[in-house]
Design a protein. Structure first.
Length: 324
């Protein structure tokens, strides 16, 4: 069987070709994939295209590039589409299930993002992350520092320090354990005006991509978190969950309890059946929006610091994390 990671890249390449109005070449495909958050070069794209050619999914038109064959169109729309849709949702559900954090005891595991940065940038990283967290633009001011390979899922690049930030999927875990079904809906760019959320400027559905929409937006670098911190207006990362109307009161109670223990990244829930900050919500459900747990990382990138981030990477014991 082909590696699932390769299969997902094949699907995204087919998607790019499908969406092109004319034959498209490897370089243009690589550029578009990078815009969508995939770190893949032209040479790697050519390798994947050869696989698609061999399967009969694509055909070459000289130097003009490739198009999908009729067989390729059918395969993308039927057999392969299941591998793309729901992949990120499955990851969120897995991580939510793995969380064990209890609001009463303030103990247990929380979902975490992991970022890596140069040791020389340590003081700036801590300062900016603290500033962002205490301004309410992340999920929590709690972090965990990794200065050596002390955790199996965190392998430090040479000369780097790792830092874990709490991910909004922790809330999914809280809802799940309270018997509240929660559906990841969108990741997007939220406009903040006068320190208040205004509207989503861009959204990507979790069910329509094989990678985290938040990671895609990070790749595009569309945020202005520092402007929000300094002037109260700008663009931040945020996401939307949908919850059944019958769980509205119970959801609000959990959100209020979470605030008391320092999990403050949840924005005011929307009304049943109405959009939330412009993001559509299904009939019979209401939307809940969370600020991105990695907005502090975005702020750091805005300062010019190079930092590599893996969203929804693992779960960590809350007690091992310290407040900034």
């Amino acid at each position: 069987m082909m590696d699932p990671q390769i299969e997902r890249k094949l699907i995204e390449i087919m998607r790019v070709i499908h969406e092109s109005e004319k034959p498209i070449g490897a370089r243009a495909i690589a550029d578009e994939l990078n815009n969508r958050g995939y770190d893949i070069g032209e040479r790697a794209v050519r390798y994947h295209l050869r696989i698609l050619d061999e399967r009969g999914f694509t055909q070459k038109h000289g130097y003009a590039g490739r198009t999908l064959t009729e067989f390729g169109e059918d395969e993308m729309n039927d057999a392969l589409i299941g591998d793309r849709f729901g992949f990120v949702i499955s990851r969120i559900e897995e991580m939510a299930y793995r969380t064990t954090f209890d609001l009463e005891s303030r103990k247990g595991d929380v979902a975490a993002n992991i970022s890596f940065f140069d040791k020389d940038d340590f003081e700036t990283v801590i300062e900016v992350l603290s500033y962002t967290a205490h301004a309410g633009q992340t999920i929590s001011p709690r972090v965990r520092i990794f200065e050596e390979d002390e955790y199996p899922e965190v392998i430090l690049p040479p000369g780097n320090i790792g830092i874990a930030t709490i991910c909004s999927v922790t809330f999914d875990g809280l809802f799940l354990k309270a018997g509240i079904p929660v559906e990841p809906a969108y990741g997007g760019i939220l406009q903040i005006d006068a320190h208040k959320p205004a509207r989503f400027l861009d959204l990507i559905s979790y069910s329509g991509t094989s990678i985290d929409p938040i990671k895609i937006f990070m790749k595009r670098k569309p945020t202005s978190v520092l402007e929000v911190l300094e002037g109260g207006s700008g663009k931040i990362l945020a996401n939307v969950r949908q919850i059944n109307a019958s769980a509205f009161e119970k959801t609000c109670k959990i959100i209020e309890k979470a605030k008391k223990v320092g999990l403050t990244g949840c924005l005011p829930p929307g009304k049943v059946g109405e959009s939330i900050f412009g993001a559509p919500v299904e009939v019979g459900k209401f939307g809940v929006s969370f600020v991105g747990g990695i907005n502090g990382i975005c702020a750091l990138e805005e300062t010019g610091i190079e930092i590599l981030t893996e969203p929804i990477k693992t779960v960590l014991d809350y007690s091992t994390m310290s407040e900034l």
